[in-house]
Design a binder for this molecule. Sequence first.
Ligand SMILES: [Zn+2]
Length: 441
Amino acid sequence: MTKPRFFEFPKSKFSKKERELIAILCEVGEVIHKIWDKQYDSKAGRANFYPSGVSKKQIVEAAKKDKDILAPYTLVKKDKGKLVAVSYRDEYKKEIDQICVLLDKAADVADSRGMRKFFLQTRKAFDKGDFNTALRVYLGNIDLQFDILVGPTETYNDKLFGKKKAFEYILSVYNPEESKYVEQMERVMQNISILKPKRSVAEKIDAKKVRVRVDDAIMYAGPNASLHPSSTNLPNEPEMVAKYGTKISVYRNAMHDKFEKKIKPHVSRFVDIGLTDSELEEGYFRLIMLHEITEGVVKFSDMQKRLEQYFDAVREFNAFILGVKSASYHVLQGLIDTKQYHSILFGLMLYGIDVGARYQNDSSLIEYARGFSVLLSFALERGSIEIVDKKIKVDPVMLSSDIDVMSSVMLQLSEEGSVSDAETLFNEYADFSVFEKLEKV
Ligand SMILES: [Zn+2]
């Protein structure tokens, strides 16, 4: 069983009231974590949205008679041999009631009208079990001092159908000092024409509807306690993005942690990169932002249906390489210089190497590993990366053109590919042994 994860934060920066508020919001996270513990069987390594011993076919059959069976906010249970849907609101009544009480308390303590409204609207949505509305309240919080991503939002844990959402929690505080980065990224966003392929929701949404906030994380609970995300983009459903736009949250302290502990140690495996650690960290930061922006807007409404089990792998990989490809246009437009572009390319390589080193111990990384194994195998085959004197040597110019090629293939797959197209591509190139090859370096 995992425990919620807490980040150090400078307590002296907050007033007594603000610290009181933080304590209440940490309690909310503890309750969310309890729900997650009920939703996820850590011994079996899977969520229990469906009763065990019931086949996919039986569930599909039951869903024909009762569409709640495959709804995002219900669990399926067996009742006298029959499959029934139980709403999250009913199943986790005790916990959700506690959360409502805590959110009321938070609203009492909060010292701005905006924050009060935010907590009360979230509470009202929770009380009704209306988690779509709770998500919309979260999407609307762009510059309030505190933010909570709370509720069932992601479907990663429903390995059977990808429909049921797991409860998660992130408590964070707005980081105004990072406004420098936000300004840069806002400029990037105004130039996302390359990120607007036809038929994607991005084509229809206005750049102003892509909103970013940079925060410092205070607490992660639910699946985030072990996933340790450094950023998120929501909502997931293309229809909702078209309607409400996309909100990207970057957790700067979590990202810095990850860079220091997971990413930087791989630097020595490369032939001299020619960039300082802080240049590389900035490149990594840009890479993640580009990923989130791309993933947030380049969505195709029927993509999940067409690509089935390859959907996550294609979506994640596409977000990385199309994001990096768009950065090459930023160079042309003078938004970033070549050195900064190279730092993004190395950020991508380091990220891929890190995924390769960890996917066997962390099943949530497999979908990422698939994409990177394709890119690394392709790049090795084409010679844009080579192994020289037991180190990885990258030719940034060649790698950039390989990414271009790969990105066209992936974009086409996302736009109109079928599950068998994806299978063909991944069978040919998704060779996980490439990670071992590079690991030995
Ligand atoms: Zn992603």
